[in-house]
Design a protein around this ligand. Sequence first.
Ligand SMILES: Nc1ncnc2c1ncn2[C@@H]1O[C@H](COP(=O)(O)OP(=O)(O)OP(=O)(O)O)[C@@H](O)[C@H]1O
Ligand SMILES: [Mg+2]
Length: 237
Amino acid sequence: MASGLHIHGERVWLKHYPRGGLARRLVHGLLNRVVGALGADCLRAPPHRGGDAGRDVERRRIELLRAQGVHVPEVIGQGPAMLLLGDIGRSVSHHLRRMGGDPERIGALAGRAAQAIAAAHRRGAYLGQAFPRNMTVDGERIGFIDFQEDPGEIMPLAEAQARDWLMFAVGVGRYYDGREDALAALLGGCLRELPQARAALARTVARLGFVERACYRLGRGPRAYGVALRALRLAVA
Ligand SMILES: Nc1ncnc2c1ncn2[C@@H]1O[C@H](COP(=O)(O)OP(=O)(O)OP(=O)(O)O)[C@@H](O)[C@H]1O
Ligand SMILES: [Mg+2]
């Protein structure tokens, strides 16, 4: 949970880390069993910590990502179960929603965002929650936020990177329904330079073929998963 504030004319974000309840842990445990049984290990949910522990994970991840050359917010200060973060722009999802479905503008921004993920991966980083709502447009740069969960605690680098691509593809999926080829071309171009993430993705999407088909028969939300899985399957073929 993050609140935008203004301090001396500067926009900053106060992020709180509420303690997760038992219900959340139970749902996570159940989902992890399901994705584990499907063989989609990279989709297992990392521990979700609240309080000072959640704050410390986010702070540690921000500092590591900055050292890896990824554009992340500055940590301005911290308090009990809180971090004060610098602003790095409006989210990619905010911009995508305002493009009136224009495929060229959507493709240009989605392409920039995908290139930013690829650049982070080439430096040995992974993001963790690479949905367009957790990516920002900061002038010429694409930024990343939301690091309270660390997939690196439960999976190797290639799986964590594959997870980033799945999340990104799901997040942009609704803009590519019926244009899966275009999304596949965009993702495939990035993945060519990332053989290990690409191999991990290929294993995962191969196992999720029936999920892909089922998602297309459901409503708009699940269809985005179908679009993402189809585009990724084509991208790694
Ligand atoms: N440093 C920042 N710069 C710009 N916007 C930010 C920043 N931090 C947070 N935000 C805004 O606040 C929203 C929520 O922040 P964040 O994703 O870190 O929290 P969260 O509680 O994990 O949210 P969610 O579960 O919805 O992803 C972001 O989607 C973004 O719009
Ligand atoms: Mg978020």
